[in-house]
Write a protein of this length. Structure first.
Lengths: 250, 436
């Protein structure tokens, strides 16, 4: 099976303090992966470093067999909802349209084709009736749907989503997971940072257990075991985070 | 700079004409860039850059005895960009946050500029014009420079409007799009510095950042659309510039910078109070209207409850009963009923001591009671509240439940007939008043 994403020895440090250690992961195409781990495990940092939003201090990332830069157009990134200012004077449609900007480059304007794509994406997440609303007048769940519409309009093959289920209502959560499964059926690969262990085993095919380093990666039934979860969540300080403290002082 | 002479057809002959053109240029430029400054929460950065250009101005005055505007412009812009770069560098290499880094750089550049100027008083005569602004001192050479800079600025922003918007809105996402984020940010800082330097001679170092913030802030309160915000901000910038320019040119003892700033603040104050959506008065008005509606609905509910207690066997409710139920005086009840009368919810009896609900009144009263009881039931059944903990909450929620939510609640609760306290839930859709 073709490989969508491969990282080798991916390491991230923040003010000299390592937050991710030597992550080796190979994600086959068409999988729906949940990234789980305790707070501060580096879940968001992992996808940010894959996207190059956070600089990595070692290792490499390949997307569909080439370095990320050469295949950036095939990757869609959905940041955390809190990362933007929702008072910004843009409409739901404006945000969905941003998904098409990658294909347009810096200078070309979005035309009819792009507008149709954005409309279609909004339709899919049930936000088309709100197209002309300013984004601040939406509920948390609706805001997350807008972010997803923007990602859909990108029409990528690999998606990296940072906590799309955080602070959304039950109906939106169900709609999002439905959408993710549909994307997988169409051969897309989706990695989702997820904070709820309970639902993680239902929602995803594969789980990536993370706590500063890769604890396990594989099919849910292989890695969703008490021992591996204990290894991910249990134990206050691992040797790694102690060493990290030393390194920060060094 | 011979080619600059080509611009001469644009430049008015009179002093007043020159002042107005200068005001238009600086207002447009700083209004445009200011929109980005406000949206990116970079007001302090504008302030830091404007103070940081002072050493550049001093250098320009010292090393160009013939006062070449191009040379002074370039020196000032270089100093501004240097200041912005220093701020970024301090943030990248230490754990200092932007406000602290800005504070240090702003003060240092300004102090250094003043110091340098004081030691070269003769060659830097006229520096006061740059400190506090003097639109009258702007000559044809300066204007040419301002025209070129403003046209460049507007063109670049127009071409890069979309990428600049996305980077300002969501930097992480724009990296994912493949945008050269660092370059776009650098371009933005250059443009920002340009707009500061364009406005410098008219407004002065000390107040130029007001032109970046105040007109854009006024525009931000007026609209929720980005394109409109840019245009409004430019319009406000031009307006304050022209007002300030004209006033200070015609009245003695009116320094240009402060007058322009005051004009911009007046525009801002007007939108602060009067903006239809985000203005203070509009918000107050909405609040008062909401409170009066809640009040009306509570009175209607009280009338319904009195009727209910009497088994719906009387068609009138006396004002005294209503006053007792609402725990007010009869006078107060009369006022409440007058308000209901105005909205057509009740009719007054012929002696004026009792009211009866009209059909719309029944409908609204039943809706309120239904909402209240549905919500109480929802809280006890679905959210596991104790039935003596739900009344307060329902008192607020009953006024804001929309049609769709009510329908959803009814479905989820399987079309209930009784609330947790055993009282019947009215059905306003069957609008037959329960009166016999």
């Amino acid at each position: 099976m073709a490989i969508a994403l491969e990282t080798h020895d991916l390491t991230v440090t923040y003010h000299k303090r390592p937050v991710l250690y030597g992550i080796d992961v190979t994600v086959p195409e068409g999988s729906l992966v949940g990234i789980v781990g305790p707070n501060g495990a580096g879940k968001s940092t992992l996808i940010k470093s894959i996207m190059g939003v956070v600089p990595s201090s070692g290792g490499w990332v390949k997307v569909f067999g080439t370095p990320l830069k050469e295949n950036l157009h095939r990757v869609g990134y959905v940041p955390q909802r809190e990362s933007v200012d929702w008072d910004f004077p843009v409409t739901v449609m404006d945000v969905a349209l941003m998904g098409t900007y990658g294909r347009l480059g810096l200078f070309r304007r979005p035309g009819k084709k792009e507008k149709l794509q954005a409309q279609e994406a909004l339709e899919k997440v049930g936000m088309l009736p709100y197209a002309n609303r300013q984004i601040g007048n939406l509920s948390g769940g609706q805001q997350q749907r807008v972010f997803l519409a923007r990602a859909l309009a990108q029409d990528s093959d690999l998606y990296l989503m940072d906590e799309p289920f955080a602070g959304v209502d039950a109906a939106t959560e169900a709609a999002i997971i439905e959408l993710l499964k549909e994307m997988r059926e169409r051969g897309k690969t989706v990695l989702v940072v997820h904070h709820d262990l309970q639902s993680a085993s239902e929602y995803f095919d594969k789980l990536l257990l993370l706590n500063m380093r890769l604890v396990a990666f594989g099919d849910v039934k292989e890695v969703f075991t008490p021992e591996l979860l204990q290894k991910t969540y249990g134990g206050r300080l691992t040797i790694l985070s102690e060493v990290a403290d030393h390194a920060a002082k060094f | 700079m011979d080619f600059l002479i080509l611009l001469d057809f644009l430049i008015p002959a009179t002093g007043a004409g020159k002042a107005i053109l200068a005001a238009v240029l600086l207002g447009a430029g700083s209004g445009l860039l200011g929109s980005f400054v406000v949206l990116r929460r970079m007001a302090l950065m504008g302030d830091a850059i404007s103070h940081a250009v002072l050493p550049g101005v001093v250098a320009g005055l010292i090393y160009s005895p013939e006062r070449s505007p191009v040379f002074i412009f370039l020196c000032a812009a270089t100093a501004g960009v240097l200041g912005a770069g220093l701020v970024r560098a301090m943030m990248a290499t230490t754990r200092l946050k932007s406000d602290t880094a800005l504070g240090i750089v702003l003060a240092f550049f300004f102090a250094f500029g003043i110091m340098w100027q004081s030691r070269n008083q003769e060659s830097t005569a006229g520096v006061m014009n740059f400190l506090f602004g003097n639109i009258g001192a702007i000559n044809a050479d300066d204007l040419r420079m301002m025209i070129i800079a403003t046209v460049c600025l507007c063109t670049v922003v127009f071409i890069l409007k979309r990428p600049l918007l996305v980077v300002s809105f969501d930097e992480g996402f724009s990296r994912g799009l493949g945008y050269p984020v660092r370059i776009l940010n650098a371009v933005f800082y250059f443009l920002l510095t340009f707009s500061v330097v364009v406005a410098l001679q008219a407004v002065g170092v000390v107040l130029v950042s007001a032109m970046l913030v105040t007109p854009a802030a006024a525009a931000y309160l007026l609209t929720d659309r980005f394109g409109k915000m840019l245009l409004l901000s430019m319009a406000f910038g031009v307006f304050s510039g022209v007002v300030g320019g004209v006033v200070s040119a015609n009245i003695n003892g009116m320094p240009t910078g402060p007058v322009i700033t005051l004009a911009a603040t007046a525009v801002f104050a007007a939108t602060y109070f009067l903006a239809p959506q985000h203005g203070v008065l509009a918000k107050l008005f909405r609040k008062v209207r909401r409170r009066r509606r809640v009040h009306r609905e509570n009175t209607l509910k009280a009338i319904y409850q009195i009727q209910e207690a009497g088994g719906f066997s009387y068609d009138h409710v006396s004002l005294i009963e209503l006053a007792r139920k609402r725990r007010h005086t009869e006078d107060h009840a009369r006022k409440e009923c007058a308000e209901l009368l105005r909205h057509g919810f009740v009719e007054l009896s012929s002696d004026g001591h009792a009211v009866s609900l009209t059909t719309p009144g029944w409908k609204r009263a039943m809706e309120m009671v239904r909402n209240h009881r549905l919500w109480e039931l929802y809280l006890t059944n679905e959210a596991n509240y104790a039935d003596d903990h739900v009344h307060e909450d329902a008192e607020k929620i009953e006024h804001i439940l929309g049609v769709n939510t009510v329908r959803q609640l009814e479905q989820d609760l399987d079309f209930p007939e009784l609330d947790p306290h055993g009282k019947p839930i009215p059905q306003p859709q069957l609008i037959v008043p329960p009166i016999a």
